[in-house]
Design a protein around this ligand. Structure first.
Ligand code: ZN
Length: 356
């Protein structure tokens, strides 16, 4: 008769022990993120304005400054000059609409809240032909807040399962410049009237001003002007789609009810590509070689992500956390060969045992 209460007591002690271990583990995880945040904050405090924002703002300014030369070159009758004009305008367009819109959506271009709002509307709506409200919500509030959480931030908006792999990876991205404003118009449903009017006006101003300048400054006819717009806007859409899927899809996915702590979520669900001079400039470090750093500290500019990269990678390696890196070509081969599994079927959920 004595045996039952003895067993109960032991079971009770085991439960208490488990609770203590769990609480200690949780505190450990909190300390990991807090400790890393302190290291990064110190690096940010020790950096000048030039390092924190100046370098990235200058790259964006250079993209705008190069545009008059591009319009003039596109007016040349010499093929080499015309092609150079196309390249300059295509690169400038990518810098402004990928790097610019991304940094602006995170408010990384200014410290003032009013300027952050202004730059978001300018870059996302006027330059990027999309709606700032829907863009910021999808990228910052969903993708960043719920990285790789199924149904919330699982990058499934990038999946078009009915397209064959070669079409999806190499042909469909060329339609991005046409699809973007069409999707933006669909996103306006349910938005307040002032936001709808602002988006429509800003998108039209952006598209129409490029057309008018190609007609008046470059002296192109209607058809060639529209073709140049399509070519320059689509020049980087292949790597744009590739980068967006390479860095999250195929990595561990989490269930909304059993999501891991932030540091585990980001280190398991985000991958860095190697440095690439062209993509570093056009897309920015936060989308290429510092994507892990960007997901851990989303408000940092591209240059600051690059500056804290050694701190973050060393810290994660020291704490035996993953620091995932892979090459562009290796990811492209993976997506090409496992297209069905990664882009068509539903992804399996990863339970990081003991880490929830
Ligand atoms: Zn981001």
């Amino acid at each position: 008769m004595q045996k039952v209460p003895e067993e109960w007591r032991e079971r009770e002690q085991d439960r208490e022990m488990e609770q203590v271990v769990r609480t200690e583990q949780e505190q450990d995880r909190e300390t990991l993120m807090m400790e890393l945040t302190r290291l990064v904050q110190k690096a940010v405090r020790d950096s000048s304005w030039w390092e924190r924002r100046g370098i990235d703002c200058s790259i964006l300014a250079m993209a705008f400054i190069s545009l008059p030369a591009a319009f003039l070159l596109l007016g040349s009758s010499q093929v080499a000059c015309f092609v150079l004009g196309l390249l300059v305008m295509g690169v400038a367009h990518a810098v402004i609409t990928v790097k610019g819109t991304h940094l602006a959506s995170h408010g990384a271009l200014s410290e003032s809240a009013a300027w952050q709002r202004f730059w978001a509307v300018f870059f996302i709506e006027v330059c990027g032909s999309f709606t700032a409200r829907a863009g910021v919500k999808a990228h910052v509030k969903m993708h960043h807040a719920h990285t790789n959480v199924i149904g919330l931030g699982d990058s499934s908006t990038w999946k078009v399962p009915f397209l064959p792999r070669s079409v999806y990876l190499f042909i469909a991205p060329l339609a991005v410049p046409i699809i973007t404003p069409v999707v933006a118009m669909g996103q306006l449903k349910g938005q307040p009237l002032w936001a709808v009017v602002r988006t429509v006006v800003c998108v039209c101003v952006g598209v129409y001003s490029q057309y008018v300048l190609l007609r008046s400054v470059s002296g192109l006819d209607c058809g060639p002007a529209l073709l140049v717009m399509l070519l320059t806007r689509a020049m980087f859409s292949l790597p744009y789609i590739h980068v967006n899927i390479f860095q999250h899809i195929g990595l561990p996915m989490f269930s909304p009810s059993r999501r891991p702590k932030r540091i585990y979520q980001m280190t398991h669900g985000v991958l860095n590509l190697p440095r690439n001079p062209l993509l570093d400039w056009t897309f920015g470090h936060s989308l290429i070689n510092c994507h892990v750093e960007h997901h851990l500290f989303p408000s940092l500019s591209d240059n600051m992500c690059l500056k804290v990269k050694p701190i973050v990678s060393r810290y994660l390696k020291e704490k035996s956390l993953p620091y995932q890196e892979d090459s562009y070509l290796s990811r492209l081969c993976l997506f090409f060969h496992k297209y069905q599994e990664l882009m068509v079927w539903a992804p399996p959920i990863t339970d990081l045992v003991g880490m929830q």
